[in-house]
Design a protein around this ligand. Sequence first.
Ligand SMILES: [Zn+2]
Ligand SMILES: [Zn+2]
Length: 380
Amino acid sequence: MTTSKRDYYEVLGVARDATPEDLKKAFRKQALKHHPDRNKEAGASDRFKEINEAYQVLSDPQRKAQYDQFGHEGVNGQAGRGFDGFEGFGGFGDIFDSFFGGSTRQAPNRGADLEFQINVSFRDAAFGVPRELELNRMERCERCDGNRVEPGTDVVECSTCHGEGKVRRTQRTFFGQFQQVTACPTCQGEGQQIKTACKQCSGKGTERKSRTIEVQVPPGVEHGTRLLIHGEGESGGRGNGNGDLYVHIGVQRDKVFSRRGNDVLMTADINMAMAALGGIINVETLEGSADIDIKPGTQSGSVTRIKNAGIPHMGTAGRRGDQLVELKVVTPKKLDDEQTELLQKLAESFGLERVSENSGSEQGIFDRFKDAFRGEDSDS
Ligand SMILES: [Zn+2]
Ligand SMILES: [Zn+2]
């Protein structure tokens, strides 16, 4: 089962001296192409994992350096080892950091925060997915770079504060004379006044723009999660910070799976013969399918666990839940002659009489069961 790993640069299709920007672009392109939801070709899911793994390593300067120097050995244990290479999603912490980017500095005049709702499929939520968001937001004016002045024209000294940006007010009180220094109300402390306002933004320094930004929906994300993307809100204009962007994630229901914590749940039907005799069935998993062993004597409602086939823990590389398969024993509604005969033989061997030719037998059997229950009752 051991296959030699492909070179990470080769996986992403970039040169060894690719810039972080190039890597990101290549990753995005490959990830979109091979995402299992879009690409139904055999091996797409493996390829997708490979791409993720490569990007997780190469986008981390430290691990990239280790990889460049030592190859796959250099980053083993952190990425790409394990039963299916899923650990390749390691390094998620880096993405996580960029979402929850450090401190939440709060400047008084910073730009407004933006909120955005996106919906992702159950499987995208499980494995993460890059998403493009179309934002319509206030950005710093490109023409004047937020300076509010038409390029090439002069700014003039503020006539109120004479360029100082401050004004002094003298107050006389009972206790004496105080001088209060405040920001100049005419120029808001800038010391300058605009003679010719920027034509593009009418001197506001900001303008509304449509902007597409890319967001990485992290693997394991739950319905209702809110991602904070620092500084991607509206511009607060020159000298003021940007607002933040909040992305609310809705996770769609899946036809096959539901989620409980990091486990995925599903039900699978088995016929009563298999329930009694045992056997093997093949069930769908998030990434393909798996065989499960049905033990002889399996009861309807019993649960089989497929280890590590569940949803990755958000923010914890290499950990994932299990898949729980509830087995439902299905009683056949239609039988052909041969099956009827076989089942009647079976019924006889269980000590029951032939039932189908015996009119009024249903009542008879019901009474027998009642007797059996009475028997139990009287025993206790
Ligand atoms: Zn402008
Ligand atoms: Zn002034």
